[in-house]
Structures are given as structure tokens and as C-alpha cells.
Design a protein around this ligand. Structure first.
Ligand code: PRT
Ligand code: MG
Length: 216
């Protein structure tokens, strides 16, 4: 299969890159370099028209929104935080799956009237507790949320949970489910129009790859 247009796809290193590779391979796209080994941020592939751009996970929607890249792969957690950026989100890739949860110390006191919640997911946390009519104080962190309740920074945390091992290792338990998370393909609106045939062709093959991997 040949694409008529050049296509740039933004991906983050780590689990998203690893898990998206087999889906891209299904579409006949193979990068020449491994971003874990190379310091290059723009990777050529065996398809001369297709380049992979390596970006920090939380920056992917921004690059796609501004049209600096045509497409991207971003976790639903990241997309939920960004709010409406006018991106198309046509495909759930069903990779990098986990759950966004409220967690805390087991059998903790009910805590103060106004609970303190530590998280990097401020917007999602706000929405979750507002929907329950609960007033909370949110403390923004950039990582290692599990530490916060252990040292009295917060009563609870909101974080992603996959196996549950990280919570367990820190003596925390999941308390409330906020959302099921997986990585989504996002598309810039202008690219969707201007490169329509190529984008929809790639989308169709990726959809087929997702369905095949879910069935297999
Ligand atoms: O690390 P950096 O700050 O650059 O960015 P990032 O952490 O957002 O990137 P990365 O690559 O770690 O995660 C990319 C995307 O993977 C996230 O945006 C999620 O959509 C998705 N994902 C899926 C996860 C997990 N599973 C996950 N388990 N992201 C993070 N985790 C972390 C979680 O935060 C917690 O610390 O893993 C820990 C929990 O795992 P378990 O298995 O111990 O429960
Ligand atoms: Mg990380």
C-alpha cells in the first residue's frame, strides 16, 4: 500500500511506542530506529511518506492540535486532561490499557470535610468529585502520587492503575473507579481534510489491526 501524502505520526516512548509497533507493522510501517536506543526525535520508516515523531506523552495532543504533526497516539487520560482541543479521535487502539482510580490508605479515617487529593490529573479529578457533589482540595503533582498519602500531603490520590502492584507496594488500595483508559489515535482537523485519502486509508488498516489483535 502506498500513501499519496506525507504523514507524520506523534508517539511517546515507552509503553505506547512498544504497543503501537505491531499495529503499525500490520499497516506495513516499520521504523528504521528504536527510540529507546536512538536520541533522534524524528524517525524514518520503510515507507518514505511516513515519519514517526517522538514526543512526551502529555505533549502529543498539542502537536496534533497545532498541525505540527498529522496524527498522534495519546492516552485517554491525557486527552481527558486537555479538554476540547478540536482533535478528531476516530479510533480506540485498545493498547496501554489501565484504569484511572481514586486510591488511599485502607480503612483511613473519613478525613476532613474537605478532602485533599494529590494528582497529576487535576481536571479529571475535579470533574469526578464535582459529579458526586463533593468539595475537595486538589494538589497538583507531576509524578509518584503514591507518596502523598504516606507522608500526609493528601488524604487520597487519583492515579492510573494497571496491575495494582504500585499501590500495593505502598500500602494503598483502589477506592473508586473514574475511567477506563486506553490509547487513542488522534488526527489534526486540517490533515483530515487535506490528506483525507491517506488518513482514512491508514485509519482503516489500523482499525483492522486492532480488531485482529483483540480477536487473537
Ligand atoms: O513518563 P512521562 O512523564 O514522560 O509521561 P507518562 O508517564 O504520561 O508516559 P508513559 O509512557 O509512562 O505513559 C503513557 C500512557 O500509558 C499514559 O498516558 C497512559 O495512558 C498509559 N498507561 C497505561 C499508563 C499505565 N498503563 C500505567 N500503569 N501510564 C502510567 N502507568 C503508571 C501509573 O501512573 C502508576 O505509577 O504505572 C503505575 C501503575 O502501574 P501498576 O501496574 O503498578 O498498577
Ligand atoms: Mg511515566
Amino acid at each position: 500500500m502506498e500513501f499519496n501524502d506525507s504523514l507524520t505520526i506523534a508517539l511517546s516512548k515507552g509503553r505506547i511506542f512498544k504497543q503501537v509497533l505491531p499495529l503499525l507493522a500490520h499497516a506495513g510501517i516499520e521504523p528504521y530506529e528504536d527510540p529507546e536506543l536512538s536520541r533522534k526525535l524524528i524517525l524514518e520508516t520503510n515507507r518514505p511518506q511516513v515519519k514517526l515523531v517522538i514526543i512526551r506523552a502529555s505533549d502529543v495532543p498539542t502537536y496534533v492540535q497545532y498541525g505540527a504533526v498529522d496524527l498522534g497516539v495519546a492516552g485517554k487520560d491525557v486527552l481527558m486532561e486537555q479538554g476540547d482541543t478540536g482533535l478528531y479521535e476516530p479510533l480506540d487502539l485498545r493498547i496501554a490499557r489501565c484504569r484511572m482510580m481514586v486510591a488511599g490508605v485502607p480503612d483511613a479515617d473519613p478525613g476532613p470535610e474537605r478532602l485533599r487529593i494529590a494528582t497529576k490529573y487535576v481536571a479529571s479529578t475535579e470533574r469526578h468529585f464535582a459529579a458526586k457533589g463533593q468539595q475537595v482540595e486538589i494538589i497538583k503533582l507531576y509524578g509518584s502520587m503514591e507518596l502523598a498519602p504516606l507522608v500526609g500531603l493528601s488524604n487520597l490520590i487519583v492515579d492510573l492503575v494497571e496491575s495494582g502492584n504500585t499501590l500495593k507496594a505502598n500500602g494503598l488500595v483502589p477506592l473508586e473507579h473514574i475511567a477506563d483508559i486506553s490509547a487513542r489515535l488522534v488526527v489534526n482537523k486540517a490533515a483530515w481534510k487535506m490528506k483525507h485519502a491517506s488518513v482514512t486509508e491508514l485509519l482503516a488498516i489500523l482499525r483492522e489491526a486492532v480488531e485482529a489483535s483483540v480477536a487473537g
